[in-house]
Write a protein of this length. Structure first.
Length: 391
């Protein structure tokens, strides 16, 4: 076998090993399986058509309906990366929709763009305040994140009910409706979610912020000792999570042109956490995957579509969803992945083939025979042998 062929084979095998060891392998396989199942039950599922300058189809609906979950999951990813969790994002989404719709209705011109802008800004400003509150409880007071955010999760729905006076607030404002139901070839909700995803990826992967978040999640005390302002970072991620939840709440309310304090964003925090975990981010903090979060959010939304398209009874919907999520999580477990990983058998070196003498004798080429290289053996002993054999 020639040297280029050996290099190509080694590269292909290395790539295959990386794919098999990737945490995204089984989530992607699960997503493809769900899409195939839907395509089999509905032959037109994968078709996308262009009508009146807008793209329509089941795939577009999945992306549009999954945009709020993706937004909240992005904020949840950074929170979980710092060893935290935010259970209040669903309540924050309900508050954002309630405040925006109430502000629009109370404006002098409820149908104008000024009222929509005012309502959106007031809602997002309040979300920042709520994120600061969560960050204060976790970073400043040292309360466990699950307890600190459970406070706002419980009280948030009550706040939204107080804002709407227990009523469903209906708005008729064209600019506000564009947030959740508008189109720019693709639905505006998809474009907003993708823009946030790209922005977060650029900020966290092209700057030191992503490394700082991971260091805080791996060891907060060590990060503090080396001069990293861990409290500021924790505060920042909770504010960002609340802001993402606020935008998601605006999408939900504008899509139906109403604010429903009871049902808006109900249990969406659980879908966001599942999306993050399915995507490979560990709840123990540290390294995270934004691409995995995207795949996880698509799996969650595709599951919902699969339930309806395959005619699964509503009473077993949650059971079916839980089984699929459990299967994906089990396939991601290290012990299970180790069973599926194909190990290369170690082969003994032929006694007549060795490369140490050529290197020991100062061979300028320093050539190695691929048959004599054992990739499962540490190379340090081989170097030691070479030095010993040198005259």
């Amino acid at each position: 076998m020639s040297t280029p062929s050996r290099a190509t084979a080694a590269t292909s095998e290395s790539l295959a090993q990386r794919v098999r060891g990737s945490r995204l392998l089984w989530p992607v396989v699960a997503l493809v399986a769900l899409l195939v199942a839907n395509a089999v039950s509905n032959p037109g599922f994968l078709s996308v058509r262009l009508q009146d300058g807008h793209l329509y189809g089941s795939l577009i609906d999945i992306l549009k309906n999954g945009a709020p979950t993706l937004l909240i999951a992005l904020g949840m990813t950074l929170v979980i990366a710092t060893r935290g969790i935010d259970l209040s994002v669903g309540a924050v989404a309900a508050i954002a929709g309630a405040v925006a719709c109430t502000t629009i209705v109370a404006s002098p011109d409820p149908t104008g763009p000024g009222a929509a802008v005012r309502g959106v800004l007031v809602a997002l400003a309040l979300c920042v305040v709520l994120g600061l509150w969560n960050g204060f409880l976790v970073a400043a007071l040292g309360i466990q994140p699950i307890i600190a955010t459970l406070v706002l999760m419980t009280a948030g729905r009550g706040i939204a009910m107080l804002v709407t006076d227990g009523q469903i607030i209906t708005v008729r404002n064209g600019p506000f409706s564009e947030i959740g139901s508008g189109f720019l070839l693709l639905p505006v909700a998809i474009l907003v979610a993708l823009a946030v995803l790209v922005a977060v990826a650029l900020v966290t992967r092209r700057t030191a912020l992503g490394l700082l978040i991971e260091s805080v999640g791996i060891n907060p005390e060590a990060s503090r000792l080396v001069g990293i302002r861990s409290r500021t970072i924790i505060w920042t991620v909770y504010v960002f999570a609340a802001l993402c939840a606020g935008v998601a709440g605006l999408m939900i309310s504008s899509n139906v042109s109403a604010a429903d304090a009871n049902n808006a964003g109900l249990w969406i925090e659980m879908d966001a956490i599942l999306a993050v975990v399915i995507g490979g981010t560990s709840l123990a903090g540290g390294r995270y995957s934004l691409g995995g979060t995207l795949v996880g959010a698509l799996i969650i939304q595709t599951l919902t579509t699969t339930v309806y398209s395959m005619g699964i009874a509503p009473e077993v919907t949650l059971v079916f969803k839980a089984l699929v999520v459990l299967a994906v999580c089990l396939l991601q477990a290290p012990r299970v992945r180790e069973r599926f990983r194909r190990r290369r058998p170690s082969t003994a070196r032929p006694a007549s083939v060795t490369t140490e003498p050529s290197v020991a004798q100062g061979d300028p080429a320093g050539g190695h025979d691929a048959a004599s290289i054992d990739t499962d053996t540490d190379t340090v002993p081989s170097v030691a042998k070479q030095k010993v054999a040198q005259p």
